[in-house]
Write a protein that binds this ligand. Sequence first.
Ligand code: GLA
Length: 437
Amino acid sequence: MKRVLFLIITVFIFSILPAQKFEKLAKTPPMGWNSWNKYQCNVSESLIMSMADAMISSGMKDAGYQYIVIDDCWQISRDDSGNIVPDKDRFPHGMKYLADYIHSKGLKFGIYSSAGTVTCQRRPGGFGHEYQDALYYASCGVDYLKYDWCGSTSQDAKSSYTCMRDALFTAGRPIVFSICEWGSNKPWEWAGSVGHLWRTTGDISDSWNSMIEIFEKQKDLARYAGPGKWNDPDMLEVGNGGMTAEEYKTHFSLWCMLSAPLIAGNDIQNMTPEIKSILMNKEIIALDQDSLGHQATCYRDNNDYQIWIKGVSNNEKAICLLNRSDEKKSVLVDFSLLAQVRTPGQGFEGFGGPGAPPPPGAPGMPPMPPPGTPGAAPAQSRPGTAGGFGPRNRAPLTINNLIVRDLWDHKDLELKETAAYVDLPPHSVKVYKLIRK
Ligand code: GLA
């Protein structure tokens, strides 16, 4: 009785507030695990519980992974009152029991539905039941909702997702809202006030081509991402067996450069040490989780060789060299030049818009104009004095005041000169952080 009264009062309070998304959530890209990529419809209470256990025992929770999300196929029908009914054979104790178990491990619980009449596996969708479902999710203790676009026919995407956002808000439990509309209606243009993350493309599959094709589609989307609103290039395939370890390293690095949600999709109970070292590379994860939330931009695009740059806190930056080709490459990298590239949020809206040319002085480009002339690099200055660039007016990073750290080798480079040759095997990356001394 008390619970019902509490629910009614909560719903009343939230229904008189203007509906919005829950603002304080997902300030950094969500990290967790989702059942779909590995198990598809083969989900069950015992599987989800053992994944929660493995999240702890494998060290993933300590590395920052938090959400355990059941994707499609947990639901089977609606009852006479329209309430969603979980599959009793697979989830004998119901969803609240599972949520309680996951919460008891210090983790968070995510669930899945679709904005249409059916989900992609033809289970009941949320259309017309948004408020009823939102109340159900809140009463179970759901913390994260992935909301798909199957069964949607002629619905308007923005209003459909806004309706579910309002329903979640009215139900009163803070729930991360993950929009899964596959980028069909350019969600980056409208979803920032609707959800916390939005898929930008169709589904990923466990292959190099699929992964790299999706990555390419993120190029022009950096300006839409930030704390509480993330472009989602889909869940991780790391550890599912269809790519080499080198390719998985690339996949993981690129997602972290993009500030993408890190939702593992493999069997985290049985991971080789190599896969563990990828999914739990804390130095790379720190780039993803950087509090500024800047998505990397493409600074140099030679098609099969690209340089991506991401501004991170303390006016530092991360550099990712990507070899997309099937051949080994040896590239000359001028670190002091890269250190001077201004990234979005550092007083310049970044290079790497579609077809944007590299700046003067970039590798292969004419030299920088002399100091003091238009387009010149900012004058050097002592730390903390005017003349540097960036919000904190810190001195620009130069070879004299920076450490170049290799985030996969976990070592600082010993640079004798500002430029060095770097070897890149096929389909590989090098990820460096330029750290202020
Ligand atoms: C869609 C989504 C996937 C997954 C499946 C489940 O294809 O994009 O991520 O949720 O539905 O049926």
